[in-house]
Design a protein around this ligand. Sequence first.
Ligand code: SAM
Length: 482
Amino acid sequence: MAIYNPKSLKAEEFINDAEILATIEYAEANKSNLPLIDEILKKARPQKTESGVVCAGLSHREASVLLACDIPEKVEEIYQIAEEIKLAFYGNRIVMFAPLYLSNYCVNGCLYCPYHLKNKHITRKKLTQEEVKAEVIALQDMGHKRLAIEAGEDPVNNPLEYILECIKTIYSINHKNGAIRRVNVNIAATTVEDYRKLKEAGIGTYILFQETYHKESYLTLHPTGPKHDYDYHTEAMDRAMEGGIDDVGLGVLFGLEKYKYEFAGLIMHAEHLEAVHGVGPHTISVPRVKRADDIDPDVFDNSIPDEMFEKIIACIRLAVPYTGMIISTRENEKVRERVLRLGISQISGGSRTSVGGYTEEERPHDSEQFDVSDQRSLDEVVNWLMVNGHIPSFCTACYREGRTGDRFMALCKNGQILNCCHPNALMTLAEYLTDYASEETKERGMALIEKELKKIPKDKIRGIAAENIEAIFNSNRRDFRF
Ligand code: SAM
């Protein structure tokens, strides 16, 4: 039997089934253990130090106890601490992005995904470089600066060379004042060599959802194709890091397996990356299975209600305070509003999940990956965020200034976010307002910028940010960053 070892490079040792089962048992046995729960909550709480606010995070066992705890006052405390952590490290900024579907050709047999090989009636599409260009122009015209490119796995139709060519095309387009400044990549697990090529192409985060950490379920849910190989998939982030990508994004597709198992696995995966590479995941995504073409989410009997979903997000926030959290348009406005407070730091807006969807007048459904719950335009989402007290940010500065991996974590830990991320958020919001916003959004945004500028602690930085914002509003100068 495999022995748990977070430093191991073998999937069955760092995502260890026996350790996950023991964790769930330990959490169940201690879910009403008040002294232990109080101790864990104390450890999770942000602490003020001379160099700024720091957070200790939680182990998978500690975080699992909180997830299991159902004492109402303690659950309320979990939410409060999650909000405190969110505010301490991310402030009220929310980073915006959009997915761009390049191709839905796929040789895998994933039971939850409409792109599976056996689906013969879904329209298969792969964007040509001309079509990529048209999609990117449409996305730039909405105001997007950050994309997550998505593709099925098909070595013949979408080989890595195709993905690399698309990335090159995306970065090369400057329509009016538009630019895509960060391309994150969500493609199937691949080799160290391929990850090196993606790094050289200038990608931001490499995102790969584990789907489920439960090996047996994984093998059943991925019956055919290269994705069937659980170990190869689970060890992908180690290969990505070996290939030089130091911002990686984890995720579980909630609903496939029991959430307690997935939660423990996810936190163990983060611990493993920290133990081996000295830096945890850059982001964690929390998708839930959705209805799609020939997919009925009800056949997977592990769906989680909104309240539990919120608790999972809050507990992830406590466990890995320095990791960004992403939510997509799979979730509706109401759920998004709540989880933004509990730890989410990045959301998509105006998304279309079909190949070529952004250049269509109406939202097309024929090649969609999943039903989009939040169907609002980017402008509506931006406006709504501001009404709810958030700053929509189009910032991509960190990665372009070389602040990736542990250098980004250092920025968080040194309390420099208000002098760096905050002005960057305001300057990129100013770009959005000037170039793309509706009158109502613009008016609201300008008032917000004026108010938020005052929060920048250093006089010099505040002065420069205000000057740059003036320049953005009054000229064509763009892309200022700290
Ligand atoms: N093909 C790549 C892979 O296999 O990892 C990644 C791209 S895939 C387009 C992105 C993600 O969409 C998958 O990892 C999966 O978690 C998610 N997904 C697939 N079907 C879904 C569904 N019915 N509802 C919600 N999310 C789904």
